[in-house]
Design a protein around this ligand. Structure first.
Ligand SMILES: Cc1cc2nc3c(=O)[nH]c(=O)nc-3n(C[C@H](O)[C@H](O)[C@H](O)COP(=O)(O)OP(=O)(O)OC[C@H]3O[C@@H](n4cnc5c(N)ncnc54)[C@H](O)[C@@H]3O)c2cc1C
Ligand SMILES: NC(=O)c1ccc[n+]([C@@H]2O[C@H](COP(=O)([O-])OP(=O)(O)OC[C@H]3O[C@@H](n4cnc5c(N)ncnc54)[C@H](O)[C@@H]3O)[C@@H](O)[C@H]2O)c1
Length: 447
Protein backbone atom coordinates (compact mmCIF):
# COMPACT_ATOMS: atom_id res chain seq x y z
CA UNK A 1 0.00 0.00 0.00
CA UNK A 2 1.52 3.34 -1.10
CA UNK A 3 1.73 6.33 1.23
CA UNK A 4 -0.14 8.58 -1.24
CA UNK A 5 -2.31 8.08 -4.32
CA UNK A 6 -3.03 10.40 -7.29
CA UNK A 7 -4.48 9.91 -10.78
CA UNK A 8 -1.35 10.82 -12.77
CA UNK A 9 2.33 11.20 -11.85
CA UNK A 10 4.61 13.16 -14.16
CA UNK A 11 8.35 12.68 -13.75
CA UNK A 12 10.32 15.71 -14.95
CA UNK A 13 9.24 19.37 -14.88
CA UNK A 14 10.67 20.51 -18.22
CA UNK A 15 8.57 21.68 -21.21
CA UNK A 16 7.28 18.13 -21.89
CA UNK A 17 6.23 17.28 -18.33
CA UNK A 18 4.75 20.72 -17.69
CA UNK A 19 2.60 20.65 -20.85
CA UNK A 20 1.22 17.26 -19.78
CA UNK A 21 0.58 18.52 -16.22
CA UNK A 22 -1.34 21.65 -17.30
CA UNK A 23 -3.31 19.62 -19.85
CA UNK A 24 -4.49 17.25 -17.12
CA UNK A 25 -4.84 19.56 -14.12
CA UNK A 26 -8.50 20.51 -14.43
CA UNK A 27 -9.73 16.88 -14.62
CA UNK A 28 -7.24 14.77 -12.68
CA UNK A 29 -5.18 14.86 -9.51
CA UNK A 30 -1.65 15.34 -10.79
CA UNK A 31 1.73 15.10 -9.04
CA UNK A 32 4.85 16.46 -10.77
CA UNK A 33 8.22 15.23 -9.50
CA UNK A 34 11.39 17.17 -10.30
CA UNK A 35 14.81 16.42 -8.87
CA UNK A 36 16.64 19.51 -10.10
CA UNK A 37 15.46 22.91 -11.40
CA UNK A 38 11.71 23.43 -11.90
CA UNK A 39 11.25 24.32 -15.58
CA UNK A 40 13.85 21.83 -16.86
CA UNK A 41 16.64 22.38 -19.37
CA UNK A 42 15.22 24.95 -21.79
CA UNK A 43 14.53 27.96 -19.57
CA UNK A 44 17.22 27.25 -16.95
CA UNK A 45 20.24 26.03 -18.92
CA UNK A 46 19.26 25.66 -22.57
CA UNK A 47 17.37 27.62 -25.22
CA UNK A 48 16.36 30.71 -23.27
CA UNK A 49 19.60 31.67 -21.49
CA UNK A 50 21.54 30.77 -24.64
CA UNK A 51 19.41 33.09 -26.76
CA UNK A 52 19.77 35.95 -24.26
CA UNK A 53 23.55 35.77 -24.64
CA UNK A 54 23.10 35.31 -28.40
CA UNK A 55 20.98 38.47 -28.64
CA UNK A 56 23.89 40.54 -27.31
CA UNK A 57 26.49 38.74 -29.41
CA UNK A 58 24.41 38.79 -32.60
CA UNK A 59 23.76 42.51 -32.28
CA UNK A 60 27.49 43.12 -31.97
CA UNK A 61 28.08 41.02 -35.08
CA UNK A 62 25.36 42.89 -36.94
CA UNK A 63 26.84 46.26 -35.90
CA UNK A 64 30.23 45.19 -37.28
CA UNK A 65 28.62 44.10 -40.56
CA UNK A 66 26.94 47.49 -40.93
CA UNK A 67 30.16 49.42 -40.26
CA UNK A 68 30.88 49.67 -43.99
CA UNK A 69 27.47 51.22 -44.65
CA UNK A 70 27.58 53.96 -42.06
CA UNK A 71 27.24 52.47 -38.56
CA UNK A 72 30.22 53.71 -36.61
CA UNK A 73 30.45 52.00 -33.22
CA UNK A 74 33.07 50.36 -31.12
CA UNK A 75 31.07 47.70 -29.37
CA UNK A 76 32.62 45.20 -27.01
CA UNK A 77 31.04 42.65 -24.71
CA UNK A 78 31.19 42.81 -20.95
CA UNK A 79 30.71 39.15 -20.03
CA UNK A 80 29.83 39.83 -16.39
CA UNK A 81 27.05 42.30 -17.30
CA UNK A 82 25.75 40.00 -20.02
CA UNK A 83 25.61 37.11 -17.52
CA UNK A 84 23.80 39.34 -15.04
CA UNK A 85 21.21 40.08 -17.77
CA UNK A 86 20.80 36.33 -18.28
CA UNK A 87 20.63 35.66 -14.54
CA UNK A 88 17.85 38.18 -14.02
CA UNK A 89 15.76 35.95 -16.26
CA UNK A 90 16.92 32.46 -15.21
CA UNK A 91 16.91 33.01 -11.44
CA UNK A 92 13.14 33.50 -11.46
CA UNK A 93 12.38 30.36 -13.49
CA UNK A 94 12.34 27.62 -10.81
CA UNK A 95 10.22 29.56 -8.30
CA UNK A 96 7.93 30.95 -11.05
CA UNK A 97 7.40 27.43 -12.43
CA UNK A 98 6.63 26.05 -8.99
CA UNK A 99 4.18 28.88 -8.23
CA UNK A 100 2.43 28.25 -11.55
CA UNK A 101 2.01 24.55 -10.78
CA UNK A 102 0.70 25.24 -7.30
CA UNK A 103 -1.81 27.81 -8.48
CA UNK A 104 -3.16 25.24 -10.98
CA UNK A 105 -3.63 22.85 -8.01
CA UNK A 106 -0.94 20.52 -9.29
CA UNK A 107 0.90 18.67 -6.52
CA UNK A 108 4.68 18.88 -6.54
CA UNK A 109 7.53 16.94 -4.98
CA UNK A 110 11.21 17.79 -5.22
CA UNK A 111 13.36 14.66 -5.40
CA UNK A 112 14.43 11.76 -7.57
CA UNK A 113 11.62 9.46 -8.69
CA UNK A 114 12.33 5.73 -8.77
CA UNK A 115 9.84 3.00 -9.70
CA UNK A 116 9.20 0.42 -6.98
CA UNK A 117 6.68 -1.51 -9.07
CA UNK A 118 4.51 -0.89 -12.15
CA UNK A 119 2.17 1.55 -10.39
CA UNK A 120 4.33 3.01 -7.62
CA UNK A 121 7.30 5.32 -7.36
CA UNK A 122 9.38 6.35 -4.39
CA UNK A 123 10.47 9.97 -3.86
CA UNK A 124 12.34 11.05 -0.73
CA UNK A 125 11.33 7.79 1.02
CA UNK A 126 7.63 8.37 0.38
CA UNK A 127 5.76 6.05 -2.00
CA UNK A 128 3.24 7.42 -4.52
CA UNK A 129 0.80 5.35 -6.52
CA UNK A 130 -0.97 6.43 -9.73
CA UNK A 131 -3.14 5.02 -12.51
CA UNK A 132 -1.02 6.67 -15.21
CA UNK A 133 2.52 8.02 -15.47
CA UNK A 134 4.22 10.40 -17.90
CA UNK A 135 8.00 10.12 -18.17
CA UNK A 136 9.62 13.41 -19.23
CA UNK A 137 13.14 13.18 -17.82
CA UNK A 138 15.07 14.68 -20.77
CA UNK A 139 18.72 14.25 -21.69
CA UNK A 140 22.10 15.02 -20.20
CA UNK A 141 25.40 15.76 -21.97
CA UNK A 142 27.53 12.85 -23.22
CA UNK A 143 31.08 12.94 -21.86
CA UNK A 144 33.92 11.20 -23.74
CA UNK A 145 35.39 8.16 -22.01
CA UNK A 146 38.97 9.43 -22.04
CA UNK A 147 41.66 9.98 -19.43
CA UNK A 148 41.11 13.32 -17.69
CA UNK A 149 37.38 13.54 -18.48
CA UNK A 150 36.76 14.79 -14.94
CA UNK A 151 38.06 18.18 -16.18
CA UNK A 152 35.35 18.47 -18.83
CA UNK A 153 32.49 20.88 -18.22
CA UNK A 154 29.05 21.01 -19.87
CA UNK A 155 26.81 23.51 -21.68
CA UNK A 156 25.05 24.16 -18.35
CA UNK A 157 28.39 25.22 -16.83
CA UNK A 158 29.12 27.44 -19.82
CA UNK A 159 25.78 29.22 -19.54
CA UNK A 160 26.46 30.14 -15.93
CA UNK A 161 30.19 31.00 -16.11
CA UNK A 162 30.78 34.10 -13.99
CA UNK A 163 33.87 35.08 -16.04
CA UNK A 164 34.91 34.37 -19.60
CA UNK A 165 38.12 32.27 -19.78
CA UNK A 166 40.83 33.38 -22.20
CA UNK A 167 40.94 30.09 -24.10
CA UNK A 168 38.16 27.53 -24.39
CA UNK A 169 37.56 24.33 -26.35
CA UNK A 170 34.34 22.57 -27.34
CA UNK A 171 34.34 18.86 -28.11
CA UNK A 172 31.76 18.42 -30.89
CA UNK A 173 30.38 20.65 -33.63
CA UNK A 174 26.65 20.04 -33.35
CA UNK A 175 24.03 22.52 -32.16
CA UNK A 176 25.58 23.09 -28.74
CA UNK A 177 29.21 23.38 -29.90
CA UNK A 178 28.44 25.73 -32.81
CA UNK A 179 26.15 28.02 -30.81
CA UNK A 180 28.32 28.29 -27.71
CA UNK A 181 31.57 28.65 -29.69
CA UNK A 182 30.05 31.66 -31.47
CA UNK A 183 29.04 33.25 -28.15
CA UNK A 184 32.46 32.64 -26.57
CA UNK A 185 34.45 33.87 -29.59
CA UNK A 186 32.41 37.03 -30.11
CA UNK A 187 32.70 37.77 -26.39
CA UNK A 188 36.49 37.77 -26.69
CA UNK A 189 37.77 34.25 -25.93
CA UNK A 190 40.13 32.24 -28.10
CA UNK A 191 37.88 29.35 -29.15
CA UNK A 192 38.78 25.89 -30.44
CA UNK A 193 36.13 23.54 -31.80
CA UNK A 194 37.13 19.89 -32.09
CA UNK A 195 35.08 17.74 -34.48
CA UNK A 196 35.95 14.05 -34.88
CA UNK A 197 35.07 13.92 -38.59
CA UNK A 198 35.00 16.49 -41.40
CA UNK A 199 31.49 17.97 -41.04
CA UNK A 200 29.78 19.96 -38.34
CA UNK A 201 25.95 19.95 -38.10
CA UNK A 202 25.70 16.77 -40.12
CA UNK A 203 21.96 17.04 -40.79
CA UNK A 204 22.47 20.16 -42.92
CA UNK A 205 23.84 20.43 -46.51
CA UNK A 206 27.60 20.75 -46.59
CA UNK A 207 27.48 23.90 -48.82
CA UNK A 208 25.61 25.68 -46.04
CA UNK A 209 27.64 24.35 -43.11
CA UNK A 210 30.86 25.27 -44.98
CA UNK A 211 29.60 28.85 -45.36
CA UNK A 212 28.81 28.90 -41.62
CA UNK A 213 32.25 27.50 -40.74
CA UNK A 214 33.90 30.20 -42.91
CA UNK A 215 31.82 32.87 -41.19
CA UNK A 216 32.73 31.52 -37.73
CA UNK A 217 36.42 31.39 -38.70
CA UNK A 218 36.12 35.08 -39.67
CA UNK A 219 34.75 35.65 -36.18
CA UNK A 220 37.78 33.94 -34.60
CA UNK A 221 36.76 30.29 -34.06
CA UNK A 222 39.53 27.73 -34.74
CA UNK A 223 38.15 24.48 -36.17
CA UNK A 224 40.01 21.18 -35.70
CA UNK A 225 38.38 18.65 -38.04
CA UNK A 226 39.07 14.90 -38.09
CA UNK A 227 40.41 15.22 -34.57
CA UNK A 228 39.66 12.81 -31.74
CA UNK A 229 40.86 13.59 -28.25
CA UNK A 230 42.65 10.84 -26.36
CA UNK A 231 43.35 12.53 -23.01
CA UNK A 232 43.20 15.74 -21.00
CA UNK A 233 45.91 16.69 -18.52
CA UNK A 234 45.84 19.39 -15.89
CA UNK A 235 48.94 21.54 -15.93
CA UNK A 236 50.65 23.11 -12.91
CA UNK A 237 49.28 26.57 -13.91
CA UNK A 238 45.70 25.23 -13.84
CA UNK A 239 45.29 25.12 -17.63
CA UNK A 240 44.39 21.92 -19.46
CA UNK A 241 46.37 20.22 -22.17
CA UNK A 242 44.13 18.51 -24.73
CA UNK A 243 45.89 15.67 -26.51
CA UNK A 244 44.71 13.72 -29.51
CA UNK A 245 45.67 11.40 -32.31
CA UNK A 246 48.32 12.52 -34.85
CA UNK A 247 50.15 14.65 -32.27
CA UNK A 248 47.21 17.01 -31.76
CA UNK A 249 47.78 19.21 -28.72
CA UNK A 250 46.29 22.49 -27.49
CA UNK A 251 46.17 24.25 -24.14
CA UNK A 252 42.98 25.87 -22.87
CA UNK A 253 41.53 27.25 -19.66
CA UNK A 254 38.24 25.34 -19.97
CA UNK A 255 36.93 22.47 -22.08
CA UNK A 256 33.25 21.75 -22.70
CA UNK A 257 31.52 18.60 -23.93
CA UNK A 258 29.21 19.25 -26.91
CA UNK A 259 29.22 15.81 -28.48
CA UNK A 260 25.56 14.92 -28.09
CA UNK A 261 23.11 14.26 -25.27
CA UNK A 262 21.98 10.94 -23.79
CA UNK A 263 18.69 9.91 -22.13
CA UNK A 264 18.35 10.55 -18.39
CA UNK A 265 17.09 7.16 -17.24
CA UNK A 266 19.58 6.04 -14.63
CA UNK A 267 17.56 6.54 -11.45
CA UNK A 268 14.12 5.57 -12.80
CA UNK A 269 14.47 1.79 -12.39
CA UNK A 270 12.38 1.29 -15.55
CA UNK A 271 12.84 -2.49 -15.57
CA UNK A 272 10.47 -2.96 -12.62
CA UNK A 273 7.91 -0.75 -14.41
CA UNK A 274 7.95 -2.89 -17.56
CA UNK A 275 9.14 0.02 -19.73
CA UNK A 276 11.43 -0.79 -22.66
CA UNK A 277 14.26 1.57 -23.56
CA UNK A 278 17.62 1.62 -25.30
CA UNK A 279 20.59 3.97 -25.66
CA UNK A 280 18.44 6.38 -27.73
CA UNK A 281 15.70 6.66 -25.14
CA UNK A 282 12.35 5.23 -24.12
CA UNK A 283 10.53 3.26 -26.80
CA UNK A 284 6.97 4.41 -27.50
CA UNK A 285 4.17 3.61 -29.95
CA UNK A 286 2.27 6.12 -32.11
CA UNK A 287 0.24 7.21 -29.04
CA UNK A 288 3.45 7.80 -27.05
CA UNK A 289 2.59 4.80 -24.87
CA UNK A 290 5.57 2.82 -23.60
CA UNK A 291 5.64 -0.99 -23.42
CA UNK A 292 3.57 -0.53 -20.23
CA UNK A 293 0.24 0.91 -21.51
CA UNK A 294 -0.24 2.96 -18.32
CA UNK A 295 3.08 4.73 -18.74
CA UNK A 296 3.67 7.35 -21.44
CA UNK A 297 6.88 9.14 -22.40
CA UNK A 298 7.31 12.59 -23.96
CA UNK A 299 10.02 15.05 -24.95
CA UNK A 300 13.74 14.56 -25.31
CA UNK A 301 13.81 11.24 -23.44
CA UNK A 302 11.76 9.49 -26.14
CA UNK A 303 13.51 7.39 -28.78
CA UNK A 304 12.10 8.91 -31.97
CA UNK A 305 13.22 10.63 -35.15
CA UNK A 306 11.72 14.08 -34.45
CA UNK A 307 14.32 16.68 -33.39
CA UNK A 308 14.84 17.13 -29.64
CA UNK A 309 13.35 20.58 -29.17
CA UNK A 310 11.22 22.46 -26.67
CA UNK A 311 8.12 22.93 -28.87
CA UNK A 312 8.23 19.22 -29.76
CA UNK A 313 8.34 18.26 -26.06
CA UNK A 314 5.41 20.61 -25.30
CA UNK A 315 3.41 19.31 -28.27
CA UNK A 316 3.90 15.74 -27.06
CA UNK A 317 3.06 16.62 -23.45
CA UNK A 318 -0.24 18.20 -24.53
CA UNK A 319 -0.97 15.22 -26.82
CA UNK A 320 -0.44 12.71 -24.01
CA UNK A 321 -2.66 14.72 -21.64
CA UNK A 322 -5.44 14.47 -24.22
CA UNK A 323 -4.75 10.74 -24.58
CA UNK A 324 -5.05 10.15 -20.84
CA UNK A 325 -8.27 12.19 -20.64
CA UNK A 326 -9.85 10.32 -23.59
CA UNK A 327 -8.43 6.83 -22.95
CA UNK A 328 -6.45 7.23 -26.16
CA UNK A 329 -9.64 7.82 -28.12
CA UNK A 330 -7.79 10.14 -30.50
CA UNK A 331 -5.65 9.85 -33.62
CA UNK A 332 -2.08 8.64 -33.37
CA UNK A 333 0.31 11.57 -33.00
CA UNK A 334 0.83 13.59 -36.17
CA UNK A 335 3.54 16.22 -36.05
CA UNK A 336 3.21 19.43 -38.05
CA UNK A 337 6.28 20.78 -39.87
CA UNK A 338 8.97 21.28 -37.20
CA UNK A 339 11.37 24.21 -37.67
CA UNK A 340 14.85 23.99 -36.20
CA UNK A 341 17.41 26.81 -36.14
CA UNK A 342 21.14 26.91 -35.40
CA UNK A 343 21.85 30.31 -33.87
CA UNK A 344 25.38 31.35 -34.81
CA UNK A 345 27.16 34.15 -36.72
CA UNK A 346 24.90 32.97 -39.54
CA UNK A 347 21.78 30.99 -38.82
CA UNK A 348 20.87 27.76 -40.58
CA UNK A 349 17.24 26.73 -40.36
CA UNK A 350 15.12 23.92 -41.76
CA UNK A 351 11.46 22.99 -41.73
CA UNK A 352 9.21 20.36 -43.28
CA UNK A 353 10.53 17.89 -45.85
CA UNK A 354 14.33 17.76 -45.68
CA UNK A 355 16.54 18.35 -48.69
CA UNK A 356 17.88 14.81 -48.57
CA UNK A 357 14.35 13.37 -48.62
CA UNK A 358 13.44 15.67 -51.53
CA UNK A 359 16.55 14.74 -53.52
CA UNK A 360 15.88 11.03 -52.91
CA UNK A 361 12.29 11.43 -54.23
CA UNK A 362 12.52 13.45 -57.46
CA UNK A 363 9.12 12.23 -58.63
CA UNK A 364 7.49 13.87 -55.60
CA UNK A 365 9.50 17.04 -55.02
CA UNK A 366 11.24 19.89 -56.83
CA UNK A 367 14.16 21.57 -55.09
CA UNK A 368 14.81 25.23 -55.85
CA UNK A 369 17.96 26.98 -54.57
CA UNK A 370 18.05 30.77 -54.64
CA UNK A 371 21.10 32.79 -53.63
CA UNK A 372 19.33 35.75 -52.10
CA UNK A 373 22.33 37.78 -50.85
CA UNK A 374 21.76 40.56 -53.39
CA UNK A 375 18.00 40.80 -52.79
CA UNK A 376 16.72 43.96 -51.15
CA UNK A 377 16.01 42.36 -47.73
CA UNK A 378 19.41 40.76 -47.44
CA UNK A 379 21.36 43.67 -48.89
CA UNK A 380 19.65 46.00 -46.42
CA UNK A 381 21.09 43.98 -43.51
CA UNK A 382 24.39 43.17 -45.28
CA UNK A 383 23.78 39.43 -45.50
CA UNK A 384 25.59 38.55 -48.77
CA UNK A 385 25.78 34.78 -48.19
CA UNK A 386 22.03 34.25 -47.76
CA UNK A 387 20.56 31.19 -49.47
CA UNK A 388 16.95 30.02 -49.49
CA UNK A 389 16.23 26.47 -50.65
CA UNK A 390 12.62 25.41 -51.09
CA UNK A 391 11.13 21.96 -51.55
CA UNK A 392 7.93 22.03 -53.60
CA UNK A 393 5.37 19.25 -53.68
CA UNK A 394 4.98 18.51 -57.39
CA UNK A 395 1.44 17.13 -57.16
CA UNK A 396 -0.19 20.04 -55.33
CA UNK A 397 2.31 22.85 -56.10
CA UNK A 398 2.50 23.50 -52.34
CA UNK A 399 5.55 24.25 -50.23
CA UNK A 400 6.73 21.07 -48.51
CA UNK A 401 10.00 22.16 -46.94
CA UNK A 402 12.64 24.86 -46.72
CA UNK A 403 16.25 25.31 -45.66
CA UNK A 404 17.63 28.79 -45.10
CA UNK A 405 21.11 30.22 -44.48
CA UNK A 406 20.90 33.84 -43.37
CA UNK A 407 21.35 36.15 -40.42
CA UNK A 408 17.56 36.13 -40.10
CA UNK A 409 16.85 32.49 -40.94
CA UNK A 410 14.92 32.14 -37.65
CA UNK A 411 12.35 34.64 -38.87
CA UNK A 412 12.10 33.37 -42.44
CA UNK A 413 11.73 29.72 -41.42
CA UNK A 414 8.61 30.47 -39.39
CA UNK A 415 6.84 31.90 -42.48
CA UNK A 416 7.66 28.72 -44.39
CA UNK A 417 6.45 26.60 -41.46
CA UNK A 418 3.07 28.37 -41.40
CA UNK A 419 2.72 27.98 -45.16
CA UNK A 420 3.63 24.28 -45.09
CA UNK A 421 1.10 23.64 -42.31
CA UNK A 422 -1.57 25.52 -44.26
CA UNK A 423 -0.66 23.61 -47.42
CA UNK A 424 -0.24 26.95 -49.16
CA UNK A 425 0.40 27.10 -52.91
CA UNK A 426 1.67 30.11 -54.87
CA UNK A 427 -1.83 31.55 -55.21
CA UNK A 428 -2.51 31.31 -51.46
CA UNK A 429 0.78 33.04 -50.65
CA UNK A 430 0.07 35.77 -53.21
CA UNK A 431 -3.32 36.30 -51.60
CA UNK A 432 -1.73 37.66 -48.41
CA UNK A 433 -0.85 41.33 -47.92
CA UNK A 434 2.17 41.35 -45.62
CA UNK A 435 3.84 44.49 -44.28
CA UNK A 436 6.35 45.81 -46.81
CA UNK A 437 9.34 45.74 -46.98
CA UNK A 438 9.87 42.80 -44.63
CA UNK A 439 11.06 39.19 -44.95
CA UNK A 440 7.36 38.22 -45.09
CA UNK A 441 6.82 40.28 -48.23
CA UNK A 442 9.52 38.20 -49.98
CA UNK A 443 7.57 34.99 -49.59
CA UNK A 444 5.88 35.10 -53.00
CA UNK A 445 9.29 35.33 -54.72
CA UNK A 446 10.41 31.95 -53.38
CA UNK A 447 7.74 29.98 -55.24
C1 LIG B 1 22.45 24.36 -24.56
C2 LIG B 1 21.10 23.97 -25.11
C3 LIG B 1 20.44 24.83 -25.98
C4 LIG B 1 19.19 24.49 -26.50
N1 LIG B 1 18.59 25.36 -27.38
C5 LIG B 1 17.37 25.06 -27.87
C6 LIG B 1 16.69 25.97 -28.73
O1 LIG B 1 17.21 27.03 -29.08
N2 LIG B 1 15.44 25.67 -29.16
C7 LIG B 1 14.83 24.49 -28.79
O2 LIG B 1 13.68 24.27 -29.19
N3 LIG B 1 15.46 23.58 -27.99
C8 LIG B 1 16.71 23.84 -27.52
N4 LIG B 1 17.33 22.96 -26.68
C9 LIG B 1 16.65 21.67 -26.36
C10 LIG B 1 15.58 21.87 -25.25
O3 LIG B 1 16.18 22.39 -24.11
C11 LIG B 1 14.94 20.52 -24.95
O4 LIG B 1 14.44 19.97 -26.15
C12 LIG B 1 13.80 20.63 -23.95
O5 LIG B 1 14.23 21.16 -22.73
C13 LIG B 1 13.22 19.22 -23.72
O6 LIG B 1 12.22 19.25 -22.73
P1 LIG B 1 11.93 17.95 -21.84
O7 LIG B 1 10.78 18.32 -20.98
O8 LIG B 1 11.82 16.76 -22.69
O9 LIG B 1 13.25 17.73 -20.96
P2 LIG B 1 14.01 18.70 -19.95
O10 LIG B 1 13.74 20.12 -20.21
O11 LIG B 1 15.44 18.26 -19.97
O12 LIG B 1 13.35 18.36 -18.53
C14 LIG B 1 13.53 17.10 -17.91
C15 LIG B 1 13.47 17.28 -16.40
O13 LIG B 1 13.37 16.00 -15.77
C16 LIG B 1 14.11 16.03 -14.56
N5 LIG B 1 14.41 14.64 -14.15
C17 LIG B 1 15.23 13.75 -14.77
N6 LIG B 1 15.23 12.56 -14.13
C18 LIG B 1 14.40 12.71 -13.06
C19 LIG B 1 13.98 11.82 -12.01
N7 LIG B 1 14.39 10.54 -11.93
N8 LIG B 1 13.14 12.32 -11.06
C20 LIG B 1 12.67 13.61 -11.13
N9 LIG B 1 13.03 14.47 -12.11
C21 LIG B 1 13.87 14.03 -13.07
C22 LIG B 1 15.34 16.85 -14.92
O14 LIG B 1 15.96 17.39 -13.77
C23 LIG B 1 14.75 17.93 -15.83
O15 LIG B 1 14.42 19.09 -15.12
C24 LIG B 1 18.59 23.26 -26.14
C25 LIG B 1 19.25 22.38 -25.26
C26 LIG B 1 20.49 22.74 -24.76
C27 LIG B 1 21.19 21.78 -23.81
N1 LIG C 1 19.07 25.64 -31.54
C1 LIG C 1 18.63 24.45 -31.19
O1 LIG C 1 17.57 24.02 -31.63
C2 LIG C 1 19.42 23.59 -30.24
C3 LIG C 1 20.53 24.10 -29.58
C4 LIG C 1 21.25 23.27 -28.73
C5 LIG C 1 20.85 21.96 -28.53
N2 LIG C 1 19.76 21.49 -29.18
C6 LIG C 1 19.34 20.08 -29.02
O2 LIG C 1 20.27 19.37 -28.23
C7 LIG C 1 20.71 18.20 -28.92
C8 LIG C 1 22.14 17.91 -28.55
O3 LIG C 1 23.03 18.89 -29.12
P1 LIG C 1 24.57 18.56 -29.27
O4 LIG C 1 25.22 19.66 -30.02
O5 LIG C 1 25.13 18.16 -27.95
O6 LIG C 1 24.57 17.21 -30.13
P2 LIG C 1 24.59 16.98 -31.72
O7 LIG C 1 24.26 15.55 -31.90
O8 LIG C 1 23.83 18.01 -32.43
O9 LIG C 1 26.13 17.21 -32.11
C9 LIG C 1 27.19 16.47 -31.58
C10 LIG C 1 28.43 16.71 -32.44
O10 LIG C 1 29.56 16.16 -31.79
C11 LIG C 1 30.30 15.38 -32.71
N3 LIG C 1 31.00 14.37 -31.93
C12 LIG C 1 30.49 13.24 -31.37
N4 LIG C 1 31.46 12.58 -30.69
C13 LIG C 1 32.58 13.33 -30.80
C14 LIG C 1 33.91 13.18 -30.30
N5 LIG C 1 34.26 12.13 -29.54
N6 LIG C 1 34.82 14.14 -30.60
C15 LIG C 1 34.47 15.20 -31.37
N7 LIG C 1 33.23 15.39 -31.88
C16 LIG C 1 32.30 14.46 -31.59
C17 LIG C 1 29.23 14.84 -33.68
O11 LIG C 1 29.78 14.44 -34.90
C18 LIG C 1 28.33 16.06 -33.82
O12 LIG C 1 28.83 16.96 -34.77
C19 LIG C 1 20.50 18.51 -30.40
O13 LIG C 1 20.23 17.35 -31.14
C20 LIG C 1 19.33 19.46 -30.40
O14 LIG C 1 18.12 18.77 -30.61
C21 LIG C 1 19.04 22.27 -30.03
Amino acid sequence: MADKKVDVIIIGAGPGGLAAAYGLASNKTVLVVENDLWGGTCPNRGCDPKKMLYSVVHTKQQAADLAAVGLKSDSSINWEEMMEFKKQYTEKIPSGTLDGLKSANILTEHGKATFIDETTISVNDTSYQADKFVLATGLHPAIPQIEGNEFIHTSADFLSMPHLPEKVAFIGGGFVGIELANIAAESGAEVHLIQHNDQVLKRYPKELTSALVDSMKDHGVHFHFDTTLSSIRERADGDYELLGENDFSIEVDEVFAAMGRVPKLDSLNLNVAGVNYDNHGIQVNAFLETSNPNIYAVGDVVNRSQPKLTPVASFEGAYVAEGILTNNDHDSIRYPAIPQVVYSSLQIATTGVSLSEAVDNPSLYTVKTVKTGSWYTFNRIQDPNAVVITVLDKKNSTIAGATVLSKIADEIINYFTFEINQKADKQAVAHQIPAYPTPASDMTYYL
